[in-house]
Design a protein around this ligand. Structure first.
Ligand SMILES: Nc1ncnc2c1ncn2[C@@H]1O[C@H](COP(=O)(O)OP(=O)(O)OP(=O)(O)O)[C@@H](O)[C@H]1O
Ligand SMILES: [Mg+2]
Length: 226
């Protein structure tokens, strides 16, 4: 089943009088169960593409079908609803709420969903190896630990798609690889579909497919198993 079908998507940014076309007719499909790495030079439109696919950024032409619905036809409320329940993002900067504990950060995402579940919060904190640190505040955790909590928060509502924008970009090499192992487990053991932007060529081997983006279009699409 295709979770995303993007067809000929175009998007530009206006700054002063200058219009920059960032997505230049980009197309891709994302199938259930895939773990896709998006690579490409800085400024090629990777982040913009990820945000556009999840309805965080508008686009001008083309079509995006996500979870069987056209993004164009969805209201703001429908998109917010989808983001609270069916898709999730992990960012390079972990974006945890500083005055909430790890547990509370994850609990908040659960509470905002249609299916709040404190037992599920404990379960996902265990999946990411953070049970022992659940009652610490983000400031008391290392970068890798904060990213684990952010991942727990992202998966707590069992999203159909997990988007990640350079999730290990701020981490040292070994910590980054341990986070990649976690993504691989999420994909292989928990069957989570993942679309991840990465700068690091070493990390693409963790996924099942690599999309290369250059200047707002897909220039290569390599399936490589896992
Ligand atoms: N909010 C914005 N307003 C104007 N221009 C923007 C905005 N966001 C991004 N751009 C421009 O769009 C282009 C693509 O940016 P984007 O962040 O998607 O690239 P990227 O591939 O993620 O790069 P990086 O690898 O550095 O993260 C760049 O030229 C950038 O300057
Ligand atoms: Mg980016």
């Amino acid at each position: 089943m295709n979770l995303i079908e993007a067809t000929n998507v175009k998007k530009s940014y206006m700054t002063k009088d200058l219009r920059t076309e960032v997505l230049r007719g980009i197309s891709m499909t994302l199938k259930e169960g895939e773990f896709v790495s998006i690579i490409g030079p800085s400024g090629s439109g990777k982040t913009t593409f990820l945000y556009t696919l999840g309805g965080l950024e508008p686009f001008e032409s083309g079509e995006i079908m996500i979870l069987g619905q056209s993004l164009r036809s969805m209201s703001g409320k429908a998109k917010a609803d989808m983001r609270a329940n069916d898709i999730a993002y992990v960012f390079q900067s972990y974006n945890l709420v500083p005055n909430l504990t790890a547990y509370e950060n994850v609990l908040m995402a659960s509470a905002l969903s249609k299916t709040p579940s404190p037992s599920r919060v404990k379960e996902v904190l265990s999946h990411v190896g953070m049970t022992e640190h659940a009652h610490k505040y983000p400031g008391e955790l290392s970068g890798g630990m904060q990213q684990r909590v952010a991942i727990a928060r992202a998966i707590v509502n069992n999203p159909k798609i997990l988007f990640a924008d350079e999730p290990i970009g701020n981490l040292d090499h070994d910590t980054g690889l341990s986070i990649m192992d976690l993504f691989k487990t999420l994909n292989q053991t928990f069957h989570m579909t993942i679309l991840m932007v990465t700068h690091n060529q070493d990390t693409v081997s963790y996924g099942t497919r690599t999309l290369s983006i250059f200047d707002g279009t897909v220039v290569r699409d390599d399936h490589h198993g896992s």
